[in-house]
Design a protein around this ligand. Sequence first.
Ligand code: 2OP
Length: 319
Amino acid sequence: MRYRVAVVGAGRVGTEVAKHVLLSRLADVVLIDIDGNRARGEALDLAHMVSMLGIDLDVVGSSDYRDMSGSDIVVISAGIARSAGMTREQLISANAGTVYTISEKIAEYCPKAIVIVVTNPVDALTFVTWKVTGFKRNRVIGFGSMLDSARMKYIVAKKLGVPPSRVDALVMGEHGEAMMCMFRYSTVDGKPLSEILSDEEMKRIEEEVRRSGSEIIRLRGHSSNHAPGAGIAQLIKAILSDEKKIYPVSVVLDGEYGYRGIPLSVPAVIGRNGVEKIIELELTLEEKERLRQAAKKIIETLRCALPRELCAEIYELNI
Ligand code: 2OP
């Protein structure tokens, strides 16, 4: 079976996604960007890369949304990225309109696709994509906490002096300041981290995970792209190969964790239908309160950018 992945937004993250999809031999790629020459230029360079490696996959660039027709998966990576000193939420007014327009085009040209939202603030924009496409919630997946989980895994591994492959880490809630490192559900050699680390150590690790994205921006002047590219390709592989692997992703909840019609980052089984199932972990009272704070923050972000006509239900929520 030959698959097709469309990546809308041929910037640093989008091109990295395209590269990983091609290198992992997952699908043909179409790069869409309002700057058609940029999309075509990146596609040409990537086409030379696959030719060099003897990988028989097509990659094209375009500014015409019609060229993404028939794609199995569409990745939304367009929009403005964070710069130094900014929070992800501050991007909502700049990026909501972009994601709105792209979502309309996806509904028109790729009505059967699964959409992976990457543009920040990702949880809020997962909601916008779900609303505008009208797709079932299982077909709209936000990528964010998976990146935070990989960062947590790296930081814990360094701290404990073990290779990252011996660590399993879970971050959930939101891809933003209210992210929650789930130490009780994260392990080293199968042992919960909450039994190994002190409260102070856990606090410091969580802060380091939270600061990881801005630290990259501080050091090199622009936001992450290598880890997101690799992670999004892992999600694409899980979908196309129907892996049914568990990854933390942003999804609009329908009663899980006590929320309905709100996007939150939660562990989910990912397979051919996108989100096949949401894993409902048992939470302590403190964790429930932190999840509530994350939900509240996402709702406030949505209210800042979306008119009441688009999401009356978000305005009515009292969390
Ligand atoms: C990050 O955390 C871009 O939100 C992304 O690096």
